[in-house]
Design a protein around this ligand. Structure first.
Ligand SMILES: *Cc1c(COP(=O)(O)O)cnc(C)c1O
Length: 479
């Protein structure tokens, strides 16, 4: 499909017209040293100028509503508008978290029912909705594990991770005070020998994603659970992405003790580009007492917060988490029901296998052919043409679609990781195949020069990460 992204030379709001300097009358009682010395400067666009400004910026951007966004390990699915309508309802947006609980019983009931549903979905019935994102859920879960071993008088120092682990897993382990230790994989899955060699009385937790980031189901998971538990260690389920197993199996059945779910992946709710996240932390009965406070309790028909949990790790976030995200996830679960959630998984696994089968004709696929919700390709053959996976990813953008995740997981050279969730149709999967085919068959010169049809070309990603200029003031200060 011919595609050109809008390219506006869009000024900053400050540049649209001269900012108005307003003198603000000081609020009485503010101490003199804290008072503003210089006049306050506001950009003063009209409402129409403001609307145009943000609409134009959005035309220079990419979103799930622009095109397919099959970013492996990210589950970029369509977010039904009904979730947005509910979350924008005045009863949500105008509520203050410090309001008396008697005035927010409906919200508390929603949270309670969401906890129940997620307890059922994971098979781990004790749930906290406090964590603000997946990595925060991991961190919270690992603090729970640490508190558990501390209480037992058996402090342990290590977290073991497979090579396919998401980068947040070792980072969360370190932040929670453990030493992360990586073990090699075999054919894309956990190598049981390597696990047995690594595991010891120092091991607190083995963290696993299943299906893993290669899109493969760890079929030896019950054996893994036995070996971990034989060392009295805990098994952690990174359930950032549950898209392949909803209603089919669950972490509880697989022998896990702790799991976090990214509500903003599996259960819709917009994410990426800095949008808010929300994670649920789900644990076995043995670990329930260590979950963050406050916990939501039901007494008769009333709901209230309870702080009466002496073993709790305490609070990990202000108030009760991202309640607006929880509501979107609740709406998603209620709209689908048990059967619908099962079909979400069936459809996403079908999509993934269909696209894997087709794209497998263009690029080699490591490991076995049958996958779950995502799959890997290797861009290694492009090397003969002096091209890399990164070049292909940039060329794909010129087709008006998003590239897959690249260079992760690292166990495959020049990897591309594709995840086409259940909300994509056969039409859009076939269009993606064609976009990939055209990209690969394009001239080397064109691929090197891509992207040419976007608002911005290749950016210096290292400089962008290391040299942050996040505000207008920073920008003005830089020579
Ligand atoms: C996305 C993801 C995470 C991290 O979740 P955030 O919400 O981005 O912090 C962790 N593990 C896996 C497997 C993921 O896909």
């Amino acid at each position: 499909m011919p595609f050109h992204q809008a390219r506006w030379e869009e000024p900053l709001l400050w540049e649209i017209r001269t900012p108005i300097e307003s003198k603000v009358d000081p609020i009485p009682g503010i101490p003199e040293p804290l008072l503003r010395k210089t006049p306050f400067r506001w950009p003063e666009p009209t409402e129409l100028e403001l609307a145009r400004h943000f609409t134009r910026l959005s035309q220079m951007n990419f979103s799930i509503e622009t095109g397919i966004y099959p970013l492996g390990s990210c589950t970029m699915k369509y977010n039904p508008r009904v979730g947005e309508v509910l979350a924008r309802d005045l009863s949500m947006t105008a509520a203050h978290p410090a309001q008396p609980v008697s005035t927010v019983q409906g919200t508390l009931e929603m949270l309670y029912r969401l906890e129940e549903a997620l307890g059922k979905i994971t098979g781990l019935p004790n749930v906290s909705l406090q964590p603000a994102a997946g990595a925060h859920g991991e961190f919270t879960g690992l603090l729970v594990a640490r508190a558990y071993f501390h209480k037992k008088g058996d402090p342990r120092t290590e977290v073991i991770l497979p090579e396919t682990a998401h980068g947040t897993n070792p980072a969360s382990s370190s932040m929670a005070g453990f030493a992360p230790r990586e073990i090699p994989s075999k054919d894309g899955c956990v190598d049981l020998r390597a696990l047995s060699d690594a595991i010891s009385h120092r091991t607190a937790v083995f963290m696993l994603t299943n299906p893993n980031t290669a899109g493969l189901f760890e079929e030896e998971v019950l054996e893994i659970a036995d070996r971990v538990h034989a060392q009295r260690a805990l098994l952690y389920y990174d359930g950032a992405n549950m898209n392949a197993i909803l209603g089919k199996t669950n972490p509880g059945k697989m022998g896990f003790d702790i799991a976090h779910l990214n509500l903003h992946k599996t259960f819709s709710t917009p994410h990426g580009g800095g949008g808010p996240g929300a994670a649920a932390l789900c644990v076995t009965d043995a670990l329930s007492g260590f979950l963050p406070v406050p916990r939501l309790v039901k007494e008769g028909r009333k709901f209230r917060w309870s702080y009466d949990h002496p073993d709790s790790i305490g609070k990990v976030r202000s108030f009760y988490g991202n309640v607006g995200m929880d509501l979107r996830a609740f709406a998603f679960i209620m709209a689908h029901g048990e059967d619908g959630l099962r079909r979400v998984s069936e459809r996403s696994v079908l999509n993934s296998n269909y696209l894997a089968h087709r794209l497998g004709k263009l690029l080699p696929r490591p490991f076995k052919p049958l996958v779950k919700h995502e799959f890997l390709l290797s861009g290694l053959p492009l090397r003969e043409r002096g091209l890399r996976t990164l070049d292909l990813a940039k060329r794909l953008l010129d087709e008006g679609v998003h590239a897959p995740t690249v260079y992760f997981p690292s166990l495959v050279e020049e990897s591309l990781m594709v995840e086409p969730p259940e909300t994509e149709s056969k039409y859009s999967l076939d269009a993606y195949y064609s976009a990939m085919e055209r990209s690969i068959k394009d001239t080397d010169e064109n691929i090197h020069a891509a992207p040419r049809r976007l608002a911005v070309g290749r950016v210096d990603e290292v400089a962008a990460a290391k040299n942050l200029r996040l505000s207008w003031r920073d920008l003005r200060r830089t020579p």
